[in-house]
Write a protein that binds this ligand. Structure first.
Ligand code: DC
Length: 231
């Protein structure tokens, strides 16, 4: 029986894909990579360096120049991984509301997407990889062995993100979170270069009434099924 080498998990903001993908990777003994942190890192760098977000060429150049690393080291403070931009730890900085508000817009710049997509393909080439994002099954890894798209209503996703912020002792306002999710959905869905949508061969899972553990169980079942198909 051959196991799938690459598993693509896509979904909208706060669909639970990062949590679920990380758990799945851990249970399968695979590597996990969350591509969203790369778009967030570029956005953080744009704000940090004072580049005009409307300057497409300037933002693109920065995205092509900076070094973004994602590693498993760092303090045990609730982080999934340590994200660095040119050596500086930005793991929590990239979760700031200023980054949330801008990231979808900068993610629509074609050269930004090309720069990050190329890096993501190199990272996935290691194999035994669960990669999470918006366009993994459609653009980054169209030949992924297993593609999953996670759905959840905006209200359920806002509730999850609200609880997550409180658990991490970060201030949160539910209505603001919900409004930001709805706005980001629209921007990500209508992204002219790489609109977020399920690949034709993706398996769609509606997670509204499922716990994280139940979603992970469904995914493990899919992995087993695809093992049998590949056997
Ligand atoms: O998953 P996330 O919320 O951390 O992603 C942050 C933003 O990055 C999201 O609004 C859209 C963008 N993104 C993208 O365009 N393509 C990806 N593969 C991952 C994220």
């Amino acid at each position: 029986m051959s196991k799938p080498s690459t598993i693509a998990i896509d979904g909208f903001a706060a669909s639970g894909k990062s949590t679920v993908a990380a758990l799945l990777a851990e249970q399968l003994g695979y590597l996990y990579f969350d591509t969203g942190v790369m778009y967030r890192a570029v956005t953080w760098a744009v704000l940090d360096r004072g580049v005009d977000p409307a300057d497409v060429a300037g933002v693109s150049q920065l995205a092509e120049q900076i070094s973004i690393t994602v590693t498993a080291d760092g303090p045990a403070d609730g982080r999934q991984a340590t994200v660095r931009v040119d050596g500086r730890d930005v793991t929590w900085d990239i979760r700031q509301p200023q980054v949330d508000a801008l990231v979808s817009r900068l993610s629509s710049y074609p050269r930004v997407r090309t720069a990050l997509t190329n890096q993501q393909r190199r990272i996935a080439a290691a194999g035994s990889m669960v990669m999470a994002g918006r366009d993994i099954g459609t653009v980054v890894l169209p030949d992924a062995d297993l593609k999953v798209f996670l759905l959840a209503s905006p209200e359920e996703r806002a509730r999850r993100r609200y609880r997550q912020s409180l658990e991490q002792n970060r201030p949160a306002d539910f209505d603001q979170i919900l409004a930001a999710i709805i706005q980001r959905d629209a921007l990500d869905r209508d992204n002219p270069v790489s609109p977020t949508h399920p690949a034709a061969d993706a398996i769609i899972i509606d997670t509204d009434n499922l716990t994280i553990a139940q979603v992970v169980e469904q995914l493990k079942h899919l992995v087993e099924t695809s093992c049998n198909e590949h056997a």
